[in-house]
Each structure stands twice: as C-alpha cells, then as structure tokens.
Ligand binder design. Structure first.
Ligand SMILES: Cc1cc2nc3c(=O)[nH]c(=O)nc-3n(C[C@H](O)[C@H](O)[C@H](O)COP(=O)(O)O)c2cc1C
Length: 189
C-alpha cells in the first residue's frame, strides 16, 4: 500500500451538542490505517458570499485558509445535518465562496458524504443537494455505501454523545474503507 492519505472532515453543524459533530469526532477511530482524518478550519467565520467583497478586498482569510486545507488534502468527508430538506446555509456559503477561486479546491477532489438527522430519512435530501452542488464544481463524489444516520438521538449516548449504535459504526467503517480505495483509484495514490 502507498502512503497515508490525508482527509479533511467538514462538519455542517455549529451546534455544541451536534450529532453530526459527534460523528465527525468518532471518524478517526473508525478509519482504516491508511486514512488520516483531521478537522477542516472553521468556516462559520466567513462573511456571507458577496461578489463585491471578492472584487474589492479579495477572498477573506477565512476562505483562503479553508480552501488551502481542502487543496492540501487527498480527500474530504462532509458530515452535515439536513436543514429544511437541503444544505445548511453556513456550509453552502463556504462552498459558494471557494467555488469562485481560480485554483478551485474541490476540482477533482474525492468527497464522501455522511449525515445525521433526528428524523427517519437521515439527511438524504441534503446529501442529494450536496451531490448536485459539488458535481457542479467538479468534485468526485464517492457513491456507496451511504452513511445516513436516521433517528440520531437513539444512536449516540445521551450524555457523552459517543456513537453507540453498532450497525452505524459498521457502515461508517465500511464507507471509510471503501473511500480509501476510491481515493487511491481516482488519484492513483
Ligand atoms: C433549521 C432546521 C431545519 C431542519 N430541517 C430538517 C430536515 O429538513 N430534515 C431532517 O431530517 N431534520 C431536520 N432538522 C432536524 C435535524 O435533523 C436535527 O436538529 C439534528 O439534530 C441537526 O443536526 P445536529 O445535531 O448535528 O445539529 C432541522 C433542524 C433545524 C435546526
């Protein structure tokens, strides 16, 4: 096997007791030896996208730092809730900002998706919208297995927020192992 692959993890929830953030924290412990997972720089500090700001003072430091981390990574995992059947605004804002960059960081970048939702669909509609947006900027979307954590409140420890649901643990492990294979295939690493 070639060297370790660096994967950046982006979490779409800012909530302190977020299930998505809890899942994101669990990922390093569930990843195969060939993947090193690190959290993306914060993106909630980015201003709302405005072409006038971009044309005037250029890309804010929060945007360039976030983009640099994605560019330097071999792959990206996005773990996000679904808001009103779609992508949380703060995450979409970050995608919109970096999508305007010359050296667009998602170009040919392998991306895997995960979502936690308290309802029965597990964030599926958000994932389909994310697939659309990221395909529009030429990211390489990993397919299956999908990680859709439905009824999230039952899958994490109420106090510690530790992921305790074995079928969820299994599917996350399977996805990360398959994502490693996918990255090596599409980027010949
Ligand atoms: C603004 C808002 C919109 C939501 N819309 C949806 C939705 O469309 N589908 C869904 O399954 N859950 C929806 N929920 C419920 C989330 O699944 C739930 O709040 C979840 O815990 C959010 O993820 P987090 O724990 O990582 O913050 C919504 C929650 C909020 C705050």
């Amino acid at each position: 096997m070639a060297g370790t692959l660096n994967v950046v993890v982006i979490c779409g929830s800012l909530r302190r007791s977020s299930y998505n953030a809890a899942l994101a924290r669990a990922l390093p412990g569930l990843a195969p030896a060939g993947l090193k997972l690190t959290a993306a720089p914060p993106f909630d500090i980015m201003p709302h996208y405005n072409a006038d700001v971009q044309a005037g003072s250029g890309f804010p430091a929060s945007v360039t730092g976030f983009a640099d981390a994605i560019r330097a990574a071999d792959g990206v995992v996005i773990v996000s809730p679904e808001y009103n059947w779609s992508i949380p605004g703060v995450l979409k804002n970050a995608i919109d900002w970096v999508s305007r960059m010359k050296d667009q960081p998602f170009l040919n970048k392998p991306v895997a998706l995960q979502s936690c939702a308290t309802g029965p669909l597990g964030g599926a509609r958000m994932q389909y919208h994310l697939r659309q947006s990221l395909t529009s900027i030429d990211a390489l979307l990993f397919g299956r297995p999908e990680v859709l954590v439905s009824f999230s409140a039952q899958k994490f420890d109420e106090k510690t927020l530790e992921l305790k649901d074995q079928p969820t643990i299994d599917i996350v492990k399977q996805q990360l192992a398959a994502f490693e294979t996918f990255i090596r295939r599409v980027s010949a690493k």
